[in-house]
Design a protein around this ligand. Structure first.
Ligand code: NAD
Ligand code: DAU
Length: 360
């Protein structure tokens, strides 16, 4: 039976991963979720599993060495899945330091704590103990509009403070693997969407604003391209890489679902119109007239696109959820969880929204 230490499990991808793992393995695993509960962490995301006897939540900062060491001392952890991070590019442009603190220093603390707990007197590591570092395709920089893909061999060229901090964290993991033969993998994934995503990110922000008849802010010309992946497919990839991937390897996750931002917005508007019954008062709010072009993001990367050849050929993973299906599932989830959206958009979210969008 594996015992997982999951960091950032109260966030978007982490909570989807925890749900996925309990659905797949039931009582055959134990999960300890360590999360600081920043604005992005929300225990509501885990309500339906919080009372499981094989689940434990610890509120802690991954930069707090003593708190992390205590978990390794108390629990027989043999799997770490490291999601915890500051994750939003726009926030990183405003406050880079917190990204360096959590994403770089926090990763160093996680690596060092796992190394201390797992290292044997001869410098080797306990058998079948593994660390998976969840990273992003943004470390590779930006692709030309008319071609090319990110491969595992693509040189790192991060542009935003967020991607620079994630690139640094990847380098630390690589350094631990090279120096100590520390048993780890890195996954670099494209843009995720799905349930529990905080509405600072494009897709939930557009769904939420459209339902309320609020402007839909499009940065620049709206033609920046992202490669969208349904979050459950990402959760599955992480599990497959950790269980069947070659140790010390990096795997890119994503693939062949490139869309311009403006296309995404039109798909969301069309899907909302399809899914909302005529009698629903929100239907009248949903309109193309809400689309508002605003000042571009500073240093906005033009295009991301993953070539998932390695993960497909070595591990047999490929995306399963077509965008048309994934976006319907996502919208359905937001319809059924109006209270969740109300809760996360009350209070500080309004301040964030005003500061980010009022001068654009
Ligand atoms: P998120 O912002 O939704 O969640 C981050 C979680 O980490 C939150 O629960 C937050 O409370 C927690 N956290 C933040 N700082 C912490 C700290 N110092 N100590 C402990 N917990 C802390 O992020 P997400 O979108 O779920 O992304 C998760 C991971 O996946 C990140 O490492 C991100 O870089 C990576 N990633 C995200 C995407 C995407 O599209 N969202 C794509 C590829 C990779
Ligand atoms: O590629 C993986 C990355 O995807 C992850 O590492 C990040 O954690 C995650 O936040 C995401 O980064 P992006 O910057 O690509 O995602 P975001 O949802 O912020 O923006 C997607 C695109 O939409 C981007 O080109 C900017 C644009 N955008 C975004 C917002 C919030 C808008 O046009 N308007 C908006 O209001």
């Amino acid at each position: 039976m594996h015992t997982y230490l999951v960091t950032g499990g109260a966030g978007f991808i982490g909570s989807n991963y925890i749900h996925y793992m309990f659905r797949k393995y039931g009582d055959d695993i134990r999960i300890i979720n360590v999360d600081k509960l920043t604005y992005a962490g929300n225990l509501e995301n885990l309500k339906d599993i919080e009372n499981r006897s094989n689940y434990r939540f610890v509120r802690a900062d991954i930069c707090d060495k003593d708190a992390i060491a205590a978990i390794f001392a108390e629990e027989d952890v043999d799997r770490v899945v490291h999601f915890a991070a500051e994750s939003h590019v726009d926030r990183s442009i405003e406050t880079p330091e917190v990204f360096v603190q959590t994403n770089v220093l926090g990763t160093a603390v996680m690596l060092n704590s796992a190394k201390a707990a797992w290292e044997l007197p001869d410098g080797s590591f306990k058998p079948d103990h593994k660390f998976l570092h969840v990273s992003t395709d943004e470390v590779y920089g930006s692709l030309e509009e008319d071609g090319g893909y990110f491969y595992e061999t693509t040189p790192y060229a991060p542009h935003s403070p967020y991607s620079a901090s994630k690139a640094s964290s990847d380098m630390l993991v690589k350094a631990y693997m090279d120096t100590y033969k520390f048993p780890a993998n890195i996954t670099n994934c494209s843009n995720n969407y799905g349930p529990y995503q905080f509405p600072e990110k494009l897709i939930p922000l557009i769904i939420n604003n459209a339902l309320q008849g609020k402007n839909l802010p499009v940065y620049g010309d709206g033609r920046n391209v992202r490669d969208w992946l349904y979050v459950e497919d990402h959760a599955k990839a992480i599990d497959m890489v950790q269980e069947t991937g070659r140790l010390f390897e990096t795997y890119n996750v994503g693939g062949h679902n490139e869309k311009q931002n403006i296309e995404i917005i039109h798909i969301i508007l069309d899907t909302l119109r399809e899914m909302l019954p005529e009698s629903d008062p929100r239907r009248a709010n949903v309109s193309d007239d809400l689309i508002t072009y605003v000042t571009d993001r500073k240093g906005h990367d033009r295009r991301y696109a993953i070539a998932p050849d390695k993960i497909k050929s070595e591990i047999g993973w490929e995306p399963e959820t077509m965008f048309a299906e994934g976006i319907r599932k996502t919208i359905k989830w937001f319809f059924e969880n109006e209270e969740w959206m109300k809760n996360v958009t009350s209070g500080d979210y309004e301040k964030y929204y005003d500061s980010m969008y009022s001068n654009r």
